[in-house]
Design a protein around this ligand. Structure first.
Ligand code: ADP
Ligand code: GN1
Ligand code: MG
Length: 368
């Protein structure tokens, strides 16, 4: 259970009705999420989230981003026949102090939003159609934000997907080796080193101005999409990292999480492979929404982005393991090492299926 007085915290938001109960909710690695039920029978549920301010250093700016982004999306959705702004977009509730967040006496920062009723989120993909719906969801998200003014966005985590900066932090950490763990991860260190040069590719294209900076979600983990009970996508959630980025960051992370035959932290590496059928279906959905505005060079590098994001996540898990697990929530001592190993196995599977991945992308984009 929780040590927070969630009834008191909920009372600091403009929530309708009387608090009944609260329970921990979801499988996120970063924030603490609670489902709030109200005493009145027909009242909606809410979510209360304690924002991880170790990860997000400037919560006022973070919430300003989210307010601007959700307003932009909501205004567009209003004009789409059949769309429902309360189900297809997140709605945050102001705190009584007029701000979009509330700080409790212990310094914890909280926000509240509508719980989207009868919605489902999945840690793994269930079918090709499920994968395609995920692709439609994140592709549509990118499309809705294609005209969002980038200058309105604060960078909530600077250099979030900058692989060079991630590598620098990795090398600093292994040099310090504060928990004497690098020996246990020596094979994984070599894995990282052997691919470091190749992974610079997207940054290089960006620096040369060959790919566009867009508004990207940057955390397109499959469980950051909500689906309705018929399996259609409803809403993209977890908007903390919406920032300027490359389309590759969103495509790659969704493939990493949605097209893995095993789990993100699978202890049994034999289970971990790239599911090429799901890859094809996700690509179909994503390009359906985005191919009209992506450039050929962006499209030609989508398959690579799946390798890049899998590499970056493995690198981040491994760095956190060496650093004593102070970023991700872990459930046992070697959890971050186990996560890194599963990511590296997935990356090897992508490497062995790479030409097929590339052919699928080109064919689905009509370039093959
Ligand atoms: P984290 O940053 O920790 O991943 P999320 O914002 O993704 O936190 O929330 C955690 C989980 O809570 C999600 O994976 C999803 O299952 C659920 N969730 C989040 N927002 C909503 C919402 N508005 N309606 C219904 N479920 C939600
Ligand atoms: C975190 O918050 P969540 O669980 O959706 C992380 C992502 C990683 C992911 C790995 C802000 O995402 O970057 O890909 O864990 N979010 C942040 O599971 O670091
Ligand atoms: Mg999440």
């Amino acid at each position: 259970m929780t040590n927070y007085d969630l009834k008191f915290i909920a009372a600091n938001f403009e929530i309708e009705g009387n608090f009944h109960s609260a329970e921990p909710f979801g499988n996120g690695h970063i924030n603490d999420t609670f489902l709030i039920s109200m005493a009145e029978k027909n009242n909606r549920h809410y979510l209360l989230q304690r924002i991880n301010d170790h990860v997000f250093r400037n919560v006022p700016q973070l919430m300003q981003n989210i307010e601007n982004v959700t307003r932009h999306i909501r205004n567009k959705i209003r004009n789409i026949p059949g769309a429902d702004p309360e189900r297809n977009c997140m709605t945050f509730i102001p705190a009584g102090n007029g701000k979009p967040f509330y700080q409790d006496d212990d310094g914890n920062l909280w926000r509240a939003c509508y719980f989207i009723e009868n919605s489902f989120s999945y840690d793994s993909v269930k079918s090709p159609e499920h994968a395609r719906q995920g692709g439609l969801a994140f592709g549509n998200f990118q499309k809705l934000l294609a005209d969002f003014p980038a200058k309105l966005l604060h960078e909530t985590i600077p250099n979030f997907h900058n692989v060079d900066v991630r590598l620098e932090s990795f090398y600093r950490t292994i040099k310090r080796d504060p928990f004497k763990r690098t020996q246990a991860g020596s094979k994984e260190i070599r894995f990282i080193e052997n691919r470091a040069d190749e992974m610079h590719h997207i940054l290089h294209l960006g620096d040369k101005g060959k790919i566009a900076t867009r508004i990207t979600h940057n955390d397109t983990k499959f469980n950051n999409v909500l689906f309705d009970k018929s399996g259609k996508f409803l809403c993209v959630i977890d908007l903390d990292t919406v920032m300027p980025g490359y389309v590759h960051y969103d495509f790659g992370d969704a493939i990493r999480t949605g097209c893995n035959t095993g789990s993100e932290d699978d202890p049994n590496l034999e289970k971990v492979e790239l599911n090429i059928i799901f890859f094809e279906a996700y690509t179909n959905g994503f390009l359906h929404e985005t191919k009209s505005f992506l450039s050929t060079i962006e499209i030609e590098n989508l398959a690579f982005s799946a390798k890049l994001l899998t590499y970056i996540m493995g690198l981040r898990f491994l760095t956190d393991y060496f650093d004593g697990d102070n970023y991700y929530k872990i459930h046992h001592k070697n959890h971050n090492l186990q996560r890194a190993r599963a990511q590296f196995k997935l990356l090897e599977s992508m490497e062995s299926q790479y030409s097929r991945m590339q052919a699928i992308i080109l064919q689905q984009a009509g370039l093959g």
